[in-house]
Design a protein around this ligand. Sequence first.
Ligand SMILES: Nc1ncnc2c1ncn2[C@@H]1O[C@H](COP(=O)(O)OP(=O)(O)OP(=O)(O)O)[C@@H](O)[C@H]1O
Length: 361
Amino acid sequence: MLAIDVKDLRKQFQVQKNREGVKGALKDLFKREYNQITAVKDISFQIPKGEICGYIGENGAGKSTTIKMLTGILVPTAGHLKVNGYVPYQERESFVKGIGVVFGQRSQLWWDIGVIESFQLLRKVYRVPEAEFRQRLDELVERLQLGELLNRPVRKLSLGQRMRCELVASLLHNPSILFLDEPTIGLDIVVKTEIREFLKKINREHGTTILLTTHDLQDIEALCSRVIMLDDGRIIYDGGLDELKSRWSKGREIQFQFGEQPRLAELHVQTAGLEGVTWSIDNELTATMWLPHAVNVSDALARVVGGVSDIRDIKIMETNTDEIVREIYQSGSASKEATEKLSQWDTGAGDQEAKESKQNE
Ligand SMILES: Nc1ncnc2c1ncn2[C@@H]1O[C@H](COP(=O)(O)OP(=O)(O)OP(=O)(O)O)[C@@H](O)[C@H]1O
């Protein structure tokens, strides 16, 4: 069963042009001119129930615009979308009961009243029965250790405390889908880790589907098996994180620790003939071997282990996801298919007449 089903979804904004100078301003008064911005360009994807999916892309790629359409805040210019079986902007009242939303940069809590009062107000908005609300609140408060914060006004909370309260607020009505837009932005590593652990548990125990946008790839690594990558309003990758890493990383690093000082020339001798393998000395007792994917790791390892005595430790270094993703953003494509798709789009995507977008916000 699908939690989210998106087909050819598009969002265009009309932005007013400002002409220069006093003359320009006067002209603007009488005849406004507009530019069209296509923030989301006919994207399609499906998310099954219970999945945690990362939605990533550079600033301005169209992530928030997508989330706003998925949560019913914005009306799409074209395309189809179903979330939890509803068309979000058409069936808002029933629809919102099944979703939870956290925008890291914006609060859904009332600034000047106690946290618990905000929760009570949300209970009424979502029409959650009191007993169910109490039970859920107790569970969430215990999990996120919010006990002492409940009576404080939101404005007196630290960012980390507020984010934990935001998460509780989004889950009070037990939604089956949670949309998180930058939920860990600005938080320290301890709170980030706590929030990630909490989300994993919620997903595991309640089967909550989570769509997460973030610039912190550690969030993705910790939580998501799948990642959708957006660039300039188009999907350039949709698949597993591991696959992305193995397809895009150019090679691997293996670090050796020796009992005595390694000599570069001797190390090179061991891997002679393995094309592309390079060595660097890290410090007195460690050296790192870099090998391209074409070279078999066990072949290279066997040579070194067989040829150099007194190896104390061997570490296969993790592929650096940040670097890979940065590289993909720079090139604007994550696969050959995507590149081909992009060139098709370039020849025909821009000519559909723009419709004026309605905004519910
Ligand atoms: N209400 C709006 N009116 C006009 N243009 C908009 C509006 N909202 C977004 N845009 C434009 O649409 C594009 C996509 O913006 P969006 O906020 O969806 O990107 P994003 O991927 O969420 O970026 P960020 O990571 O910076 O939050 C940008 O060019 C942005 O300027």
